[in-house]
Design a binder for this molecule. Structure first.
Ligand SMILES: Cc1cc2nc3c(=O)[nH]c(=O)nc-3n(C[C@H](O)[C@H](O)[C@H](O)COP(=O)(O)OP(=O)(O)OC[C@H]3O[C@@H](n4cnc5c(N)ncnc54)[C@H](O)[C@@H]3O)c2cc1C
Length: 310
C-alpha cells in the first residue's frame, strides 16, 4: 500500500490553490534539483556533465494529461525539437514520453500518431523512445500504443512495468507474447509512482520488492533487455547478483536513476563501470513530475518549505 505520507503529498499537490502557489515560486523551491532546464538547449550543459562522468541520459520533455488536440500537437512538436537539439549537440536522442502528454486522454489514435512520429524520428537519429507508464487508467492504452509503435516501424520503442500493480505480471506476459522478437525487447521496471486505489496494489513494500525482482528476472529469462529503474540499493544489489549469476550478455542490463536523486550512488555505479542512464526531465511543465518526487521522500518537502519561508 502507498504510505500515508505519499498519499497525503499527492493529494495536497492535486489541489489547484497549492498548484498555483508552488508554480508561482518555481525554481526557488528547488525544482532545479530535479529538472535540468526549462528548455532543451538550457539543459545541454547538465547533459554534457552527466555524460562526461560516465552516465548516459534519457531525456523527458515534461508534460502530461493534455486535454485538447492542439496542446498534444504542441507537446509533440516540443519533443521533436528536443530530438533535433540533442542530435545537433551530439547527444544520442534517447527520449522518454508520457502518453497523456501527446493526447492519450483524448483518444488512442491521437496519441498513436504522435508516438509513432516521435519514435521513428528518434530511431532515425540513432536513439529511441520509451513510453513512461502513468496512472492505471492509461495502462491498457499505453501497452497498445507500444505495440502500434513496433508494428508501425519503430521496433526500439520501449515500455515500463510498475511492480506495485497486481496486474503487472500478466502485462509482462502479454508484452512478451506481442513483441516481434523478445530478444530485441527493451523494458523498464519501476516500483510505481501514482496514488492508485489500494485494491489494485500489492499490500506492502516487501511484496513490491519481491514483485520487482520477479519481473526483472522473468524478462531477462525471456531474452529481453531490462532497464532496472530504482534507487533502492537492495534491489540494485539483488538484480545485479542475478545478472552476474546468469552471465547475461552486456546489452541486457541497464540501471536507470533519476536526475538529482542519490547523486553519490549514481557516481558510484558509474565508477564501478555499471551501464547507467539518468532520466533527465526538461521543460516548464514540471509540476506533476515535481510533486511525485516530493512524495517519494519527506526530506524533499523540507526543501520546498524552506523555499517558501526563506
Ligand atoms: C529512471 C526512472 C524512471 C521512472 N519511470 C516511471 C514511470 O514510467 N512510471 C512510474 O509510475 N514511475 C516511474 N518511476 C518512479 C518509480 O516508480 C518510483 O516512484 C521511484 O523510483 C521511487 O522508488 P525507488 O525504487 O527509487 O525506491 P524508494 O524505496 O522510493 O527509494 C529508495 C531510496 O532512494 C531515495 N529516493 C527515492 N526517490 C527519491 C526522491 N524523489 N528524492 C530523493 N531521494 C529519493 C529514498 O529516500 C530511498 O533512500 C521511475 C523511476 C526511475 C528511477
Amino acid at each position: 500500500m502507498l504510505s500515508t505520507y505519499r498519499r497525503g503529498v499527492l493529494g495536497i499537490a492535486g489541489l489547484k490553490p497549492v498548484e498555483r502557489l508552488l508554480t508561482r515560486h518555481g525554481w526557488r523551491l528547488g525544482v532545479g534539483r530535479f529538472v535540468a532546464g526549462e528548455t532543451a538547449p538550457e539543459a545541454l550543459p547538465a547533459l554534457a556533465s552527466l555524460r562526461a562522468s560516465g552516465r548516459e541520459v534519457i531525456v523527458d520533455v515534461l508534460g502530461e494529461y493534455v486535454r485538447d488536440p492542439a496542446a498534444a500537437a504542441a507537446m509533440a512538436a516540443a519533443v521533436a525539437a528536443a530530438i533535433d537539439t540533442l542530435t545537433q549537440a551530439g547527444v544520442p536522442a534517447v527520449m522518454s514520453l508520457k502518453p497523456t502528454q501527446v493526447g492519450l486522454a483524448l483518444g488512442e489514435d491521437v496519441a498513436a500518431q504522435h508516438v509513432l512520429a516521435l519514435a521513428t524520428k528518434a530511431e532515425a537519429a540513432g536513439g529511441s523512445l520509451a513510453l513512461d507508464m502513468e496512472d492505471v487508467r492509461y495502462v491498457d492504452g499505453t501497452l497498445r500504443l507500444l505495440q502500434r509503435a513496433w508494428q508501425g516501424g519503430a521496433p526500439r520503442t520501449s515500455g515500463v512495468l510498475q511492480a506495485y500493480l497486481r496486474r503487472t505480471p500478466d502485462d509482462l506476459e502479454a508484452m512478451l507474447a506481442a513483441a516481434p522478437d523478445p530478444n530485441a525487447l527493451a523494458l523498464r521496471v519501476v516500483k510505481g509512482a501514482y496514488a492508485e486505489r489500494p485494491e489494485l496494489l500489492l499490500p506492502d513494500m516487501p511484496a513490491i520488492r519481491r514483485a520487482f525482482v520477479a519481473l526483472v528476472e522473468r524478462a531477462w529469462r525471456a531474452g529481453a533487455r531490462v532497464n532496472v529503474a530504482t534507487h533502492d540499493e537492495r534491489l540494485l544489489a539483488e538484480t545485479a547478483a542475478f545478472a552476474r549469476g546468469a552471465a547475461l550478455p552486456p546489452g541486457k542490463v541497464e540501471y536507470q536513476l533519476i536526475y538529482g536523486v542519490k547523486p553519490k550512488l549514481q557516481q558510484a555505479l558509474a565508477d564501478a563501470g555499471q551501464p547507467l542512464r539518468i532520466y533527465v526531465p526538461v521543460g516548464r511543465d514540471w509540476y506533476g513530475y515535481f510533486s511525485r518526487r516530493l512524495a517519494e521522500r519527506p526530506e524533499n518537502l523540507g526543501v520546498v518549505l524552506r523555499g517558501l519561508t526563506g
